[in-house]
Design a protein around this ligand. Structure first.
Ligand code: FES
Ligand code: FE2
Length: 440
């Protein structure tokens, strides 16, 4: 393959230059670097905090602990949502614990101060004992920016941050056709891991590891070069389009022989006879597009009508700078979020959500993630390595984490040597340094 062919994998529209700054080891273990991230990176970005579908009535809340911070997002009377720091205005006690809850008042467990859903203090003990008069109605919880997109609630500590939709650019446009607003989170796994949060980001910013870490995907996702398309958006986020419903060029079944599992079952699920594609398994992708266009509406997939052919069969893997990945299949997306540990740079928190199209037209129909209608999942917390799965593919990704952390601590790691297809890793670290060292 010529260099020109390699380069063609980058969309011409979204291929900014990189500088080639060294990717040093210290950023993965240094407390100083972690402190700079806490000071200059995390307060400036939008954080995914929860989903609107979890909040039914006024006063219902979801809570997101992030590093040393904790944010409560509370449903308002008008149906909207507002975010507040989870710290009592009396003497700072954390107000709520747990992931979600709901009550007309948020009541502090220490001296019983009560706040209404709009964050205003409504009740204190011994109200007449305050020198300036009662604080009720005058004091409020400290509020943060809070905006919603695609049923997902985001918060931001920076009052001057760009609006969420601008920060997400161009993803709201790119993803509009999927119609995700009422999709349901059917899985919520969370684990504390023994490696820096950026190890996972690096992994999600490249597909170079697929042949070695995820060999099972190769029979139904074409991860080969140059079939994969990479895009790096001006906003700092990036995308990777990978052809689905097709084997990758490395495997024997690539356009020859019988359709391999699970490609055969996927084809059959859309009414195709896998045997018809013997010797031309690549044609299954186009046939599934046709079948989905025809059968989608009667199977309740109303989102198909607005989706492009590519969206109907391919995987759109998006990494938002700095720490959030959304991987889109036509009927579900995964949230893969990596957050810093509150104090230890060599640990992180990894969260995996699976959010699926809500398809009430298919009652009782079994799907890979349960039976319709789908149910909201409770958060399940574990420690990585204790035997709890974080999802089959995620387990594979995380399996390298601890070993890589060890290697990055060595004098023998003197900076990364990257092939062109890992340009997104390079760009991530340059954007990160620009934030951390206050260059942007
Ligand atoms: S710290 Fe909350 S009521 Fe005292
Ligand atoms: Fe992976």
């Amino acid at each position: 393959m010529t260099e020109e062919q390699f380069l063609s994998r980058y969309s011409k529209e979204f291929d900014p230059p990189v500088r080639g700054d060294p990717i040093t080891g210290a950023r993965y273990y240094s407390k100083d670097y972690m402190d700079l991230e806490w000071k200059n990176l995390w307060p400036r970005i939008w954080h995914l905090g929860g989903m609107m579908g979890e909040l039914e009535e006024e006063g219902d809340w979801v809570c997101h602990n992030f590093g040393k911070e904790s944010v409560i997002m509370v449903k308002q009377k008008d149906g909207g949502v507002r975010a507040f720091y989870n710290a009592c205005r009396h003497r700072g006690n954390r107000l709520v614990n747990g992931t979600s809850g709901g009550a007309p008042r948020i009541t502090c467990g220490y001296h019983g101060w009560q706040f209404s859903a709009d964050g205003v203090l409504r009740h204190v003990q011994d109200e007449g004992d305050y020198p300036g008069g009662s604080p009720c109605g005058k004091v409020s919880l400290i509020e943060l920016r809070c905006e919603v997109w695609g049923g997902m609630i985001f918060w931001n500590m920076d009052e001057n941050a760009k609006p969420l939709l601008e920060w997400l650019d161009p993803l709201p446009d790119r993803l509009a056709a999927y119609g995700i607003d009422d999709w349901v989170r059917v899985m919520y796994l969370s684990a504390e891991c023994n490696f820096n949060w950026k190890i996972v980001r690096d992994n999600f910013n490249e597909s170079y590891h697929l042949p070695t870490i995820h060999p099972e995907l190769a029979t139904f996702i074409n991860d080969g070069l140059p079939d994969t398309l990479f895009e790096m958006y001006p906003s700092g986020h990036n995308g990777m389009w990978m052809k689905g419903h097709q084997a990758t060029g490395r495997v024997e079944a690539y356009n020859t022989g019988e359709a391999p599992p699970p490609l055969d079952a996927i084809a059959a699920a859309w009414g195709l006879n896998p045997a018809d594609y013997k010797g031309r398994t690549n044609d299954i992708r186009a046939a599934v597009i046709e079948a989905k266009r025809k059968l989608g509406p009667e199977r309740g997939f109303h989102n198909y009508a607005s989706m492009s052919d590519q969206q109907l069969v391919d995987y759109y893997h998006i990494t938002l700078f700095p720490n959030l990945t959304l991987t889109f299949a036509p009927e579900a997306f995964q949230v893969l979020r990596t957050e810093p540990h509150p104090t230890d740079p060599e640990k992180c928190i990894f969260d995996h959500w699976y959010v699926a199209v809500n398809n009430p037209q298919m009652p009782g129909v079994e799907t890979p993630i349960g039976n319709m209608p789908l149910k909201w999942a409770e958060k399940k917390v574990s420690v990585h390595g204790d035997g709890e799965s974080l999802g089959f593919v995620a387990d594979q990704d995380l399996s390298i984490g601890t070993n890589q952390q060890l290697g990055l601590n060595s004098r023998g790691y003197v900076g990364a040597i990257l092939p062109m297809q890992e340009k997104r890793v390079q760009r991530f670290h340059e954007l990160l340094d620009d934030h951390v060292y206050e260059r942007i």
